[in-house]
Design a protein around this ligand. Structure first.
Ligand SMILES: [Zn+2]
Length: 329
């Protein structure tokens, strides 16, 4: 059996819509007023969006369901599914702890609650029956004020071990603030965390070369080979891996067709830039969306050929932040 590693998956988008729907039914959630049957919910939840902003709105709904009390329910289910249905040996799961705190509390209390959120997630990502290793990446967010992002970084540093890295997420806004984010990444690295950033997903404006000095990987980054291929040399030199999540780009309106990724893979191959194929938000994609399925779709669309499969799979393990034998020291 081939085993896989997924390095880019959001806790808010990792769950099968059926699991979310059952949860809503169990709690008689008001959103069911719009979706009396599962089919309606499924089409809404997995529909293609025109923009990343539109996509993120549904994501927010799920984040709110994943409260302290209910996180164990979601964590256990996503681990067992990843092992049983996707043959994942290793998973890096990313999330913003602040978005899972109790919204009725003051900001100070919510900041305090983040510690518990990380602890509960850590506790529930160790399913005894399933030999999958799950490590955490904590997300900063472009929409949050600096003091909150500082607090998020602190909780990540305090939990090094189960937490292996830091990410910058949220829609690609405020690109002029890049120096702030670079400082965050440098601080995270100095504290012993690995770093990745959502960059170059929807366009090229957010991609500043200065980021490359503080990043181990880039979340997506597909617009670098598409629009600024001259930067690839620098990525290769610094051994920065791109986390490429094929179906996700069709769901967020970034690409029309998976075939558009041919240029991305060709240019990276030529420049010696590594790619790890990942899933991003598999629960939000039309079923069944699994990591092995993503590989198969890339072959179907002539983006990669079968002969490259093993090497690309190995790349994910090699670029992992917390896999023994992975990472780049
Ligand atoms: Zn992502």
């Amino acid at each position: 059996m081939t085993l896989y590693a997924d390095l880019h998956r959001h806790l808010g988008g990792a769950l099968h819509p059926r699991i979310i729907y059952k949860f809503l039914q169990r709690h008689d959630h008001p959103v069911l007023g719009y979706f009396p049957d599962y089919e309606g919910f499924y089409s809404w939840f997995t529909r293609r969006c025109r923009t990343l902003e539109e996509f993120v709105k549904i994501h927010t709904l799920v984040e709110e369901l994943q409260s302290l009390e209910h996180l164990p329910y979601f964590c256990v289910r996503l681990c067992r599914g990843a092992y049983m249905f996707e043959n994942l040996q290793y998973l890096e799961l990313r999330y913003n702890p602040y978005f899972r705190t109790d919204k009725t509390l003051s900001m100070q209390k919510r900041i305090g609650q983040m510690k518990l959120i990380v602890e509960v997630i850590t506790e529930n990502l160790r399913p005894a029956e399933y030999p999958i290793v799950v490590k955490q990446i904590i997300c900063l967010d472009r929409r949050l004020p600096q003091n909150l992002n500082e607090a998020i970084l602190k909780v990540a540093i305090d939990n090094i071990g189960p937490v292996v890295g830091i990410d910058l997420a949220g829609p690609e806004i405020n690109d002029h603030k890049f120096e702030t984010w670079i400082k965050f990444m440098a601080k995270a690295r100095a504290a012993g965390l690995k770093t990745t950033c959502h960059l170059g997903e929807t366009g090229i404006d957010n991609v500043h070369e200065q980021y490359f000095a503080v990043l181990d990987r880039i979340g997506h980054g597909i617009h670098i080979p598409l629009m600024k291929p001259d930067l690839l040399k620098e990525l290769a030199k610094r051994q920065i891996t791109l986390e490429v999540c094929p179906t996700s780009y069709c769901q967020t309106g970034v690409l029309n067709d998976l075939g558009d990724l041919r240029t991305v893979f060709e240019r990276c191959r030529k420049a010696g830039v590594s790619i790890a194929v990942c899933t991003d938000n598999p629960g939000r994609n039309p079923s069944p969306c699994t990591l092995p399925g993503e590989y198969e779709r890339l072959i179907d669309h002539d983006v990669i050929d079968f002969g490259e499969l093993k090497q690309i799979q190995n790349e994910a393990f090699r670029s992992a932040f917390g896999f023994v034998g992975g990472g780049r020291g």
